[in-house]
Ligand binder design. Structure first.
Ligand SMILES: *[C@@H]1O[C@H](CO)[C@@H](O)[C@H](O)[C@H]1NC(C)=O
Ligand SMILES: *[C@@H]1O[C@H](CO)[C@@H](O)[C@H](O)[C@H]1NC(C)=O
Ligand SMILES: *[C@@H]1O[C@H](CO)[C@@H](O)[C@H](O)[C@H]1NC(C)=O
Length: 275
């Protein structure tokens, strides 16, 4: 889908990632704790039995000193304590439900219907693209992105706001950056691509976006459509009503939905937004 055609960017010296906004305070980093208070005023909703604040366990059971990449055993590099959610609860503060569950107590099964994009009615297609446009322009309340900083010195971290869509893009970018070994990024090696994790990881990434859009629009039944490309000789969804047509240079036609979307590009010094 279009979401796979996001962007590539390289940064050879700093760290970037997405964080729950409430876990970016000095106190959170000093105590290495990301256990936000839920509505019942207890960390991870523990008073309501939603979860608990626990010492992060190195589930891989191995230490890889040469891999000093901050993404290994995420988020261990930044936090020792994070929320562990029980049962059907989920989220960084256990305030949400696991995928497939809904309701205040997350005890109702949730089924959404994922449909082929060309089978949506014109009105449904329009709604889909307006949701995406809204996600692209709505600031995320829950997450900020770490745009730059030296991973070993928290006083250098600089967090910036990002839209719901850009947080989703950032997660993709952060996961697919080359792996760092002995302080050197190894090209062609990353955590999201070129391996068995590819389909599962991207599904999770898309489920994140889908949930963010459900929360933003309060349309709990919203489902990202899919594209069944079997038997399609050329890209029949590359029309201006759907993903957009290209001009001779390969640029998106200005009449298509995404032609004015700006892409986040990272350099070692700045976060730039370019057309
Ligand atoms: C999770 O939801 C299912 C389906 O509604 C329910 O049967 C189950 O009891 C829930 N699990 C917990 C631990 O609440
Ligand atoms: C990383 O550094 C260690 C110690 O200097 C060395 O033994 C190891 O071979 C290096 N690993 C790679 C992949 O370069
Ligand atoms: C796609 O293929 C069909 C025939 O299979 C053709 O009529 C159409 O012009 C093609 N579209 C593009 C954009 O190449």
């Amino acid at each position: 889908m279009f979401s796979l055609a996001i962007f590539l960017a390289f940064c050879l010296c700093f760290v970037e990632s997405q964080f729950p906004r409430v876990c970016t305070s000095d106190a959170a980093f000093r105590t290495k704790t990301c256990c936000p208070l839920w509505k019942d005023k207890s960390p991870c909703g523990s008073l309501s039995g939603r979860g608990k604040c626990r010492d992060w366990i190195d589930y891989t059971g191995r230490t890889l000193p040469m891999y000093n990449d901050d993404r290994l055993d995420w988020p261990r590099h930044y936090y020792d304590y994070t929320c562990e959610c029980f049962g059907n609860y989920s989220g960084f503060d256990c305030g949400d439900c696991k995928y497939g569950y809904q309701g205040e107590n997350c005890d109702r099964k949730k089924i959404i219907i994922r449909r082929e994009i060309r089978e949506l009615s014109p009105l449904e297609q329009k709604r889909y693209f307006s949701y995406l446009a809204l996600a692209k322009t709505t600031k995320s309340q829950d997450y900020v992105i770490l745009s730059t900083g030296d991973r070993h010195h928290r006083e250098t971290y600089r967090f910036v706001d990002a839209s719901l869509y850009d947080v989703f893009v950032w997660m993709h970018y952060y996961s697919m950056k080359p792996i760092m070994i002995n302080n050197t990024f190894i090209p062609n090696l990353n955590f999201a691509h070129q391996g068995p994790v590819f389909p599962g990881w991207h599904r999770l990434n898309l489920l994140f976006l889908e949930r963010q859009i459900q929360l933003m629009t309060r349309d709990e039944d919203f489902a990202i459509p899919y594209y069944d490309w079997r038997g399609d000789k050329n890209c029949s969804i590359c029309t201006d009503e759907l993903l957009g047509t290209n001009d001779d240079q390969g640029l998106l036609n200005p009449y298509s939905h995404f032609s004015f979307w700006k892409v986040i590009i990272v350099t070692c010094i700045n976060l730039l937004f370019i057309a």
